[in-house]
Write a protein that binds this ligand. Structure first.
Ligand SMILES: [Zn+2]
Length: 286
C-alpha cells in the first residue's frame, strides 16, 4: 500500500511504467483509469498526454483547455486558493468521479445578496469543449464553505462565472511536505506584483528541464536563463512595459512574451507564463 502521496511527476512515471508493463489488451484500461484519476490528460483529438506539466497536446499541438482560472477582476487570492484546495480534497475523496481539469460556478440570489452557487456546477474535461453539468453539486462540503467565504468577501455580479483549475492529484501537498517546492508560493505582495521577472526566469528554467538554470540580474531588474550548449538569454521589461526575451550578448532579435492575463499572481499563472517563455526560448534557440 502507498503510504506517501507521490508528486505529480512521480505519479506520471508510475503510470508510464504501468503502461509499459501492461499487456497490450490492457493498456486502454490502464490509460482510461489514469485519465479518470487525472494522472494523464486526453485531448479533444483523442491523443493521451502523459505530461501534466505541458500546456499543449503532444500530437495535435493544440493548447490544453481549462488550464487557467477565470475569475472576476477582484478576487481574493487566498480565498481562491482555499477553494482550489477544497476542490482538490473533494475529488481526492471521490476516486470514482472522473477528476475534472476545472470546475465552474455561477451565481445565485439569496435573501442577503448574490453569492456563488454551490448547488450546481460545471465540470470541465480536457477532451470536451463544454463543461458538464454536475447536478450533485457541492452543498454541505468544504467547497460550499469556501464559496461562502468568497461571496462574502465581494458579492459576485449577476451572470459572473468563476472557473477554478483543479490541481492534479498529489500536487497540493500539505505545508511541510518536501514536494511542496514544486509549486512556488508567491512572495508577500510588494507593491502590486506577486513575482519579479527573476521568478519568471527561474520558473522558465524549471520548465525547460535538466541542465537549464537561471540567475537574477542586478537588483532583480532582469533574469538570465542559460542552458546546455546554448547562448544565455536575458528576460527583462522594456520602456513600453513589454516583457522581452533576447540573447544576452545580442539584442537585435527581441521577442515579446505575451501576458494575456496580465502579471501572474499565483503559482499556476506563473507556470503558464514560464511555459510561454520556455516555448519562445526553444523556438528562438533552434
Ligand atoms: Zn490533441
Amino acid at each position: 500500500m502507498l503510504t506517501a502521496v507521490p508528486s505529480t511527476t512521480a505519479a506520471a512515471s508510475t503510470v508510464a511504467r504501468l503502461l509499459q508493463t501492461s499487456y497490450v489488451s490492457d493498456t486502454g484500461r490502464v490509460a482510461d483509469a489514469a485519465i479518470r484519476a487525472g494522472l494523464m490528460w486526453r485531448c479533444a483529438c483523442t491523443a493521451i498526454n502523459a505530461d501534466l506539466a505541458s500546456d499543449a497536446c503532444a500530437k495535435c499541438g493544440k493548447k490544453r483547455p481549462w488550464a487557467s482560472d477565470l475569475t472576476p477582476t477582484y478576487c481574493d487570492r487566498k480565498l481562491l486558493e482555499d477553494l482550489r484546495h477544497a476542490l482538490a480534497d473533494y475529488f481526492d475523496d471521490r476516486p470514482y468521479l472522473r477528476r475534472p481539469a476545472a470546475v465552474s460556478f455561477r451565481t445565485t440570489h439569496y435573501d442577503d445578496g448574490r453569492a456563488w452557487y454551490a448547488g450546481q456546477a460545471r465540470l470541465h474535461y480536457t477532451d470536451k469543449r463544454r463543461g458538464e453539468l454536475y447536478e450533485t453539486g457541492f452543498d454541505r462540503t468544504f467547497v460550499a464553505d469556501a464559496l461562502v467565504e468568497l461571496s462574502e468577501d465581494t458579492g459576485p455580479q449577476d451572470g459572473a462565472v468563476l472557473r477554478v483549475v483543479v490541481p492534479a492529484w498529489g500536487s497540493t501537498p500539505e505545508p511541510g511536505d518536501p514536494a511542496r517546492h514544486l509549486y512556488p508560493t508567491p512572495h508577500p505582495l510588494v507593491g502590486e506584483y506577486a513575482y519579479s521577472v527573476c521568478d519568471y526566469a527561474r520558473e522558465a528554467a524549471q520548465v525547460l528541464g535538466d541542465g537549464w538554470g537561471s540567475e537574477s540580474g542586478y537588483i532583480g531588474a532582469y533574469g538570465l536563463i542559460w542552458g546546455p550548449g546554448v547562448p544565455t538569454l536575458r528576460l527583462w521589461v522594456d520602456h513600453d512595459d513589454d516583457l522581452i526575451l533576447h540573447l544576452m550578448d545580442d539584442d537585435r532579435e527581441q521577442h515579446i512574451v505575451s501576458l494575456p492575463d496580465g502579471a501572474p499572481s499565483d503559482a499556476y499563472q506563473l507556470r503558464a507564463v514560464a511555459e510561454e517563455i520556455a516555448r519562445l526560448a526553444r523556438t528562438y534557440l533552434t
